[in-house]
Ligand binder design. Sequence first.
Ligand SMILES: Nc1ncnc2c1ncn2[C@@H]1O[C@H](COP(=O)(O)OP(=O)(O)OP(=O)(O)O)[C@@H](O)[C@H]1O
Length: 302
Amino acid sequence: MSNYAIQTAGLNFSFGHQAIVTDLSLQVPKGSIYGFLGPNGAGKTTTIKILLNLLKSRADQVFIFGKEINNNRIQCLKRMGALVEQPAIYGHLTGKENLINRCIILGIKKDKAEKMLTLVGLSDAANKKSNKYSLGMKQRLGIALALVSDPELLLLDEPTNGLDPNGIIEVRNLLVDLATNHGKTILVSSHLLAEIEKTATHVGIINKGKLLFQGTIDELHLLSKPMLEIEVEQTELASNLLSEAGIEIISQTEKRITVPFSSASQSGEINTLLVQRGCSVSSLSRQRKDLENLFLAITKTN
Ligand SMILES: Nc1ncnc2c1ncn2[C@@H]1O[C@H](COP(=O)(O)OP(=O)(O)OP(=O)(O)O)[C@@H](O)[C@H]1O
């Protein structure tokens, strides 16, 4: 039994001669909210389409709940729901009618429509025409449509794109509820780390079709090494003293020196050293790269 809802093994994909996805090995643990991150054009939508078998992968490169997708297409797709690009909603129908329509197509009892509306918090708007829905409501209806068949795995391509802050919070809360209280595994793509950081348990970062980082949110945080920023009047003298003491200088400006932070006691020792040798230290502060800067650094250097 695989512990992964999605696993790709050295996945490659090209449009003509243009390589879009290169040697991509994703591991999406069951029950996780996996933030699939990358700048525009990184290959996220293409990857999601491959995972849904809308674009064909080579044999033995994509596994859904441990099953190779090409050989087990229907079995795999039955366990998946997706929202890729715009939700397929009939604007002239109400939210409820859209869902009933989907139930009929899938041969599912119509009362499921009501349950889905409750699940995504649209019960009050059930009988409103969906072209009168806000963008956030449309996205939630799109997610409800993807959930009708009760899939264990949800793939959502930039579900918060274009939403206002309220809409973003609505979708974010829904994802957490689906994973925590309904046992869904969710892969959600975004080009904004700040967006994913609030909900994801795991993160995969791609750029130009290559996986640059994969791990838990905590592991991502560990990558952003903390630094000690020293504000001092005599920067030249201070940097010489620090170098003599074997401390690496990461950067230096007119009034500020940055060195790696190792411990609070070492910061105290640095302070004592500088003050005793005649430097006026106005502040010592621990800095940590925020995740957005870390994301930019990861995608830029590669
Ligand atoms: N049908 C297609 N034919 C040819 N090239 C394509 C096709 N679809 C996408 N591409 C190219 O594949 C690359 C990756 O696109 P993709 O849509 O997967 O990226 P993305 O990470 O989802 O970006 P975005 O956030 O902008 O949607 C881009 O260079 C895009 O131009």
